[in-house]
Design a protein around this ligand. Structure first.
Ligand code: ADE
Length: 227
């Protein structure tokens, strides 16, 4: 899968992708990640990428020209399945969105800044608008990092234990059950006996019960959809 991220702050995105699973995905050739600095595509003599908003009001708006030039350049090179704009007024990101996005070949992610991008960029180029939560970040970069991480770990072969993405919270509409590792007892706090029993059916039943109980307690909204 190829992901192109369009940003005015590429340096902000270098570290999230240079360690751990994201690094391994690139080394294995399963992820090709490209960071593009929007400013380099500005025709403006000072390479500016923003301007005052028409109608007045506080905050700058990202201008059309550099973004349109960059998007069109990339579109000439390959077809994109989605051109995503990270924005607090987008669709709230959920596991289902990540599952379907992980099946794509090429996606572009545009990070907004300041008051956001000129609406005409959204009208002309954007196929999906995504928010990572009901709060406002200083820019779309951290959102793009979250989205990319959530997608890339679903690409077959990225995780060592391929089943582990399937048993994540949300994959079956439930939160994941609690997990334990050694030691069996820590300062009098013991691992639930069933997990040490070796009885796989009982373990599976216990995990399901725990998942349901945790979801009821913490995210009852996830259970309501099924009723
Ligand atoms: N840009 C600013 N806030 C954002 C959010 N909550 N989600 C995605 N992109 C954003």
């Amino acid at each position: 899968m190829r992901i192109d991220i369009l940003t005015v702050l590429p340096q902000l995105l270098e570290s999230p992708f240079s360690d751990s699973i994201m690094k391994r995905a690139q080394e294995k050739g399963l992820l090709e990640l490209h960071l593009h600095n929007i400013r380099e595509y500005s025709d403006h003599r000072q390479k500016s990428v923003d301007d005052y908003q028409y109608g007045g009001g506080a905050g700058m708006v990202m201008t059309i020209q550099p973004i349109a030039t960059l998007i069109r350049k990339l579109q000439k090179e390959r077809d994109y399945d989605e051109i995503i704009y990270m924005t607090p007024d987008g669709k709230l990101l959920e596991q289902e969105d990540c599952n379907s996005l992980s099946l794509n070949k090429n996606i572009m992610i545009l990070c907004g800044h300041y008051k956001g991008v000129d609406q005409r960029i959204r009208d002309l180029f954007i196929t999906k608008e995504i928010s990572i939560g009901s709060y406002v970040l200083s820019g779309g970069e951290l959102g793009a990092a979250v989205l990319t991480d959530a997608i890339v770990r679903l690409i077959p072969g990225v995780l060592n234990d391929e089943t582990s993405a399937l048993t994540d919270s949300f994959q079956d509409g439930l939160l994941a059950p609690p997990v334990y590792t050694r030691p069996e007892s820590f300062e009098g706090h013991d691992v639930p006996a069933v997990l040490l029993s070796g009885h796989s059916k009982n373990i599976e039943d216990w995990r399901n019960e725990q998942s349901i109980a945790r979801t009821k307690e913490r995210r009852p909204d996830l259970l309501q959809d099924d009723e």
